[in-house]
Design a protein around this ligand. Structure first.
Ligand code: GUN
Ligand code: ZN
Length: 430
């Protein structure tokens, strides 16, 4: 049976990248409409036009609610849900003290199922409809993630985290088992429903060159897959990488040398980049993933959004849960704004909301189906309440235009600002 619904409210979508083309690429309709049929958006336009074109269609009126694409979190670690907001460590200590002991538990499928379900429900409550997540070294953690996402019909991206050194007993694979397990999981999950498999070496310090090489081979054999890893997050980490790979020209070269630099590569953090690294990343069209709440929480540094975007780099936005201190992309936008301010380059509200939706979708090479409102796009969208608390309401009520109305929610909003979340046209929260 055909399921058609006309959603009315304020609407906001993008014709292009506001960093490159200006904020005029954002399209806002005070009284707009989104026509959804069988999980796909069929039309977006003024409410009056779509109502008269489709007079027979069921209507859901979100009043002043702002309908935007569901958020796309381009880098997260769902297994770190239970250790989010752990105090006082920097990256390497934080991994050893909090992260690795928790990740050890994911060989237990029941535990992995529990956390995967909990995590995805947190995302939906926070308006995030798609995520690209690391799992753990355990294949069961990957099965749990994709199964929980399939239960919720979410478009997700993820893969087995590979580590064969500098991790504790019980949390290491080998070069061969990383290849074999990743390949088996890829063959099972990639393009199954709304799942995409992502080849996932954690980062150079926890892989031998042999392991990076086998994963480079797997990527060459499966070039339509994404590959995700970490790059140049903290200065101590970079010094460690230089010691482990003395022949490498820089951190990126440890990936490049083993076939792990490419257009479909996602490089988390990318804060302390050298010029050669920037040039290489730009030349291949790789994606840099900005994780602002993580960068402040673990004390990593200030990502150069303005410089990298004006140089034409692809950039996505992410929580990096649980190094990041929030599950919310609103909070991530706020932190990106604050980091921009500390660098003397504040981001516009249009740039922030674009990064959290179409920009992250572009970074994941998914902009043809998620991250925006438009005919043919999958109907993953949310309704934002721009007056979700008295504190926000008393500010947004003074607004003269949409950006002034939206910015207080970006800076002060949380899950209470998400009036509703729709996945493939179906309401799943709110
Ligand atoms: N680098 C390698 N692993 C991790 C991780 O789990 N979180 C963060 N923030 N950085 C990493
Ligand atoms: Zn990460």
């Amino acid at each position: 049976m055909t399921q058609t619904c006309l959603h009315l409210g304020q609407t906001l979508w993008f014709d292009g990248d506001p960093f490159a083309n200006g904020i005029e690429t954002a399209r806002h309709e005070t009284r707009g409409a989104v026509l959804v049929e069988n999980g796909v958006i069929h039309a977006v336009g003024p409410a009056a036009d779509l109502r008269s074109a489709y007079p027979w269609v069921e209507v859901e009126d979100h009043k002043d609610g702002l309908i935007v694409a569901g958020f796309v979190d381009a880098h997260a670690h769902y297994p770190q849900t239970g250790i989010i907001a752990s105090w006082g460590k920097r990256l390497i200590d934080w991994l050893n003290s909090y992260t690795f002991p928790e990740e050890m538990r994911f060989g237990d499928r029941a535990y992995a199922d529990e956390i995967a379900g909990r995590y995805l429900d947190f995302l939906l409550a926070n308006g995030t409809t798609s995520v690209c997540s690391f799992c753990t070294i355990h294949p069961a953690s990957v099965d749990a993630f994709f199964s929980a996402a399939a239960d919720r019909n979410m478009r997700v991206f993820g893969g087995k985290t590979c580590m064969d050194r500098n991790a504790p007993d019980g949390l290491r694979d080998t070069a061969k088992s990383a290849y074999d397990d990743s390949r088996r999981l890829l063959e099972h999950w990639h393009d199954r429903g709304r799942a995409s498999y992502v080849i996932t070496p954690r980062f150079s310090p926890t892989s031998t060159p042999e392991q990076l090489e086998t994963l480079g081979t797997l990527w060459a054999e499966n070039p339509d897959c994404l590959m995700q890893t970490h790059l140049s997050e903290q200065t101590d980490e970079i010094a460690w990488v230089k010691g482990l790979y003395p022949q490498a020209r820089d951190y990126l070269d440890t990936y490049e040398a083993y076939g792990l630099l490419g257009e479909k590569g996602l490089y988390g953090h990318a804060i302390h980049l050298e010029d050669r690294e920037k040039n290489q990343l730009k030349d291949v069209g790789a994606s840099l993933i900005h994780c602002p709440t993580s960068n402040t929480f673990i004390g990593s540094g200030l990502f150069d959004m303005a410089g990298l975007k004006s140089a034409g780099q692809q950039v996505g936005l992410a929580t990096d849960t649980g190094g990041g201190s929030s599950f919310s992309m609103l909070r991530s936008m706020a932190a990106a704004y604050e980091i921009g301010q500390l660098r003397g380059t504040p981001l516009h509200a249009a740039e922030l909301i674009w990064l959290a939706t179409a920009g992250s979708a572009r970074a994941l090479h998914q902009h043809h189906r998620i991250g925006n409102l438009g005919a043919g796009m999958e109907a993953d969208f949310i309704v934002l309440d721009l007056a979700s608390t008295p504190e926000i309401a008393q500010r947004s009520t003074r607004a003269q235009e949409i950006w002034e109305a939206l910015f207080p929610t970006i800076m002060m909003g949380d899950d209470r600002a998400i009036s509703a979340t729709y996945v493939a046209g179906r309401k799943v929260n709110g």
